[in-house]
Ligand binder design. Structure first.
Ligand code: GTP
Ligand code: MG
Length: 168
């Protein structure tokens, strides 16, 4: 029986563009077992064999560097990953600030049913999701509502909205 390999991608909170939180250092410690004094932008990809992991799952760890890699590469890695670790630095207050997220279900013109039931489950689980809206750019449905919700949620959401929509 083949064990499922877990691809863990370690990245910073790309949505709000924060670097230098210690992603690469965390990965390097797995190999060297000590805090590295010299840190490259990006750690080499490593695979930890099943027999040395606590859960006996072979784990492939991928670092991401905003300086060295493109957004496209990041999306590629996200689509392959089974686990995404979002690393932040606890001394950076702005990262702990609660930024409201809005889930935007676009292309509602293509289906009869609504995704709202599923989305409500997600909203119950993740309190940072402020609201959700289904819309259609093609039919111009709920477009004004979407931006109204965004502005209403908090003024600051406006600056991060485009990034959030991109990620969601
Ligand atoms: P980029 O790839 O440039 O986005 O950075 P990164 O997130 O990979 O962070 P990196 O591992 O390069 O660490 C950035 C700086 O934070 C380095 O100077 C590290 O030595 C330092 N650093 C990393 N982890 C810790 C930590 O736990 N405590 C402290 N005090 N410093 C740390
Ligand atoms: Mg790095």
């Amino acid at each position: 029986e083949e064990e499922e390999s877990v691809n863990a991608l370690i990245l910073a909170i790309i949505i709000i563009n924060v670097a230098k939180v210690g992603k690469t250092s965390l990965i390097m410690i797995l190999v060297s077992e000590e805090f590295p004094t010299v840190v490259p932008c990006r750690a080499e990809e490593i695979t930890i064999p099943a027999d040395v992991t606590a859960e006996r799952v072979p784990t492939h760890i991928v670092d991401y560097s905003e300086a060295e890699q493109t957004d496209e590469k990041l999306y590629q890695e996200i689509s392959k990953a089974n686990v995404i670790c979002i690393v932040y630095s606890v001394n950076t207050r702005s990262l702990l600030r609660r930024v409201p997220l809005i889930l935007v279900g676009n292309k509602s013109d293509l289906v009869e049913h609504s995704s709202m039931e599923t989305v409500l489950h997600i909203m119950n689980k993740y309190t940072e999701i402020e609201t959700c809206v289904e819309c259609s750019a093609k039919n111009l449905k709920n477009i004004l509502e979407l931006f109204y919700y965004a502005q209403k949620a908090k003024k600051e959401v406006c600056t991060t909205l485009s990034a959030c929509v991109r990620v969601l």
